[in-house]
Each structure stands twice: as structure tokens, then as C-alpha cells.
Design a protein around this ligand. Structure first.
Ligand SMILES: C[S@@+](CC[C@H](N)C(=O)[O-])C[C@H]1O[C@@H](n2cnc3c(N)ncnc32)[C@H](O)[C@@H]1O
Length: 167
């Protein structure tokens, strides 16, 4: 896969009041971060694989001891200025769902095209992690892997909007 760098641009936001203005003084108005894909999604037959670049192999040490991994990836098929400018959608593409901000749903369009999927780990072999399933397309760039740690990654008293609840 061709290697490339993805620049995250945090643009200056609409002024919201004194607290935000004070914050702005401490942080630059615009900052770029370079993120390099560590691998990509490969879907072969019925198998779903995260294929890491070999140079990241050492980073997989111990992952086989975890049952689940959070996969952070890039919605590369939507990487256009137009799609990155969308801030509100009907969640799940369903016009019956109320217009919702992209930071309040899991839309595949957003200013920074970061996808996050919680996956069951089936096997870790060499530079390949096999997962049960992932909702990213074949060839999707993978940015990071983090093991799912129930102590850190779960919450109590959870509420969700009606559109996201059970049907
Ligand atoms: C609703 S998004 C949720 C993704 C992830 N679970 C999240 O919460 O960030 C999942 C959809 O993104 C789309 N998708 C998958 N891979 C993509 C890619 N590489 N570029 C753009 N869209 C993609 C597919 O239509 C998939 O069904």
C-alpha cells in the first residue's frame, strides 16, 4: 500500500465566550498533526484481517492476550473537502432519524475522518490480526490499535438518544 501521511487540521472555532477565548490564548488557533497508517484492512473470503506494515510488528507483542481490540481507522473514501465540511446528518442515512451533529453520531463524514470499531480478536499471527468482523471497507487505512480494557472503556448510567436505541 502506498504510504501517505494524513494531516489533521484543527481549525479555529466560532468564539463561544470568555472561557473559550482564554483557552484559545493558550493553544494555537490551528494545529496540524501527522498520522501515518500502520496498516490496512484486508477482507479475504470470509476473513477480516488487519494487516500491519512489517515495521510495526513489535507493537503487536501481547495483543493476543486480549479478547477485543479497538481499531482506529480513516474513512479514506470520504476524504474530500466537501465531505469533511459536513457537520450534520440524518444518522444511519435514515431520513426518519432527526438531524444530528456528526459529533453526536457515528457518521462516516466528519471534519477528521476517524473511524473507531470494537472488534473481537480471533488470532494474532506475525503482522496480521484476524478479527471477527469490522465495519471498514477492504483497503481502509488503519491508524492505531488499542486493546479494549473493560475497566477503562465501559461506563455506567449510559443513555442514548431514541434513534440510537433498540428498535
Ligand atoms: C457508520 S460508519 C461507523 C464506523 C465506526 N464503527 C465508527 O463508529 O467510527 C460505518 C460505515 O462506514 C462506511 N465505511 C467503511 N469503510 C469506509 C472507508 N474506508 N471510507 C469511507 N466510508 C467507509 C461503510 O458504509 C460502513 O458501513
Amino acid at each position: 500500500m502506498t504510504r501517505f501521511a494524513i494531516a489533521f487540521v484543527l481549525a479555529a472555532a466560532i468564539p463561544l465566550g470568555n472561557a473559550v477565548a482564554a483557552d484559545d490564548a493558550e493553544h494555537p488557533a490551528a494545529t496540524e498533526f501527522k498520522v501515518h497508517p500502520i496498516g490496512h484492512i484486508k477482507k479475504a473470503d470470509d476473513r477480516m484481517l488487519i494487516v500491519l506494515d512489517k515495521k510495526y510488528l513489535d507493537g503487536l507483542l501481547g495483543l493476543e492476550q486480549w479478547s477485543h481490540v479497538q481499531v482506529i481507522w480513516w474513512f479514506d473514501k470520504n476524504d474530500t473537502p466537501q465531505q469533511r465540511s459536513i457537520l450534520q446528518v440524518h444518522p444511519r442515512g435514515d431520513p426518519n432519524n432527526p438531524v444530528t451533529g456528526v459529533f453526536a453520531c457515528r457518521a462516516p463524514v466528519r471534519p477528521n475522518l476517524i473511524g473507531l470499531s470494537l472488534c473481537k480478536v480471533l488470532a494474532v499471527k506475525d503482522n496480521v490480526v484476524e478479527v471477527e468482523t469490522i465495519d471498514a471497507f477492504e483497503g481502509t487505512p488503519v491508524l492505531d490499535l488499542k486493546p479494549f480494557a473493560p475497566g477503562q472503556d465501559s461506563a455506567s448510567g449510559v443513555k442514548v438518544p431514541k434513534w440510537a436505541g433498540p428498535k
